[in-house]
Design a protein around this ligand. Sequence first.
Ligand code: ADP
Ligand code: MG
Length: 323
Amino acid sequence: DELISQIAAGEVVERPASVVRELLDNALDAGAREITVRLSAGGVRLISVEDDGAGIPREELTVALRRHATSKIASLDELETVGTMGFRGEALAAINAIADLSLLSRAAGADHAWALDGRTGELRPVARAVGTTLEVRELFYATPARRKFLKTDATELAHCVEAVRRQALARPDVGFSIWHEGKLVEQWRAASGPELQLQRLADVLGDEFVAQSVAVDRPGGAVRVVGRAGVPDAARSRADQQYFYVNGRFVRDKVLAHAVRSAYEDVLHGQRQPVYALYLEIDPARVDVNVHPTKIEVRFRDGREVHQAVRHAIEDALAVPRA
Ligand code: ADP
Ligand code: MG
């Protein structure tokens, strides 16, 4: 059972950034408005994610660490229309199998918080405001082979920051801060007002991104595509500002990548990299998010419909004449 847990964990957790992503998913699912990520040694020594979400009641704390324990879906049917980031109930169990995990949480309405030691299962009362803190120490301590494949702390930190950036771009209404070795690395304050998405894009990707891009907004139909797409000038061409979201989830997908490439073909002539942050909204019944444990891949029921919607949305925004 120990072995099975560790194998399953390997599928979910590749590096510290995978843990960061799962813990952020959970914090967002809990309705957090403010999330603080603290890291040490690129996340290998410590990853702590603190939120002001709904918290976990005492009687659910131990259950949360069990495999396939999820409070988010009650039946297989609900998988079709899952609206939360998590739903597999695997992350905490997986992380608990390969690291020292502790959970501090105070549910709304509770007198105080409880701390749960993932190793011993010991519960003790602690002081904390409503919300949850997950602390993950010494990742891969039991699997040195895995630990050996990790890169330098600086590289792992960069992956962790990128994991937060991906979520921050989808949730401008939530504040994020990242600390490394006690120093503030990034802070994106919760935005509000009609321009909150634009504000968040400027905060996270820079004013330059906004200046170099145009609004994409293709309403109607079964697939809606909004966001920004741009053509950087040659001197500033970079390949790392390409973000695609499906129903609020960051994804990598061949259909989407191809649609973007087709739209840009006549503009970039393959010479420069496009920059974009695009948000696709589609009926949840037309997309399957349960393809891979990391949930980064999706499968569309009708790939052609999505391809065309994305391509046309970008072409319209960039004013590319359509053949
Ligand atoms: P999943 O997110 O797929 O349900 P996880 O293993 O990530 O599975 O989490 C297990 C359960 O623990 C969740 O369903 C939720 O009930 C609870 N949980 C985890 N993190 C938090 C959090 N930050 N705030 C509130 N509840 C949480
Ligand atoms: Mg989860």
